[in-house]
Write a new protein. Sequence first.
Length: 90
Amino acid sequence: LLEVLLDKFPYYVLGWKDANGKLAMDYLVTNWTGENKILLQLALESWMYSRLERWCAKPWRTVMIPLVNTLLDEDDKDRRTTVFVETCSI
């Protein structure tokens, strides 16, 4: 279902905040489970990789892939949140 939504809606929807001032990605990053890790990986691939690859932004992609992999492999919630913020600020 997430893949269908990511294909249907523009990528910038992931940047919208809810009434609590949080992004959908914030919930995935802070509530870490195996399932959320998979969902976050799908969202990040759609949000950061796929769209820019169409623009031939290969150098940027080579910077982002290691950051996203670090984020996905991080077990510490605070460190994962920090890496997420760093990744989104690039």
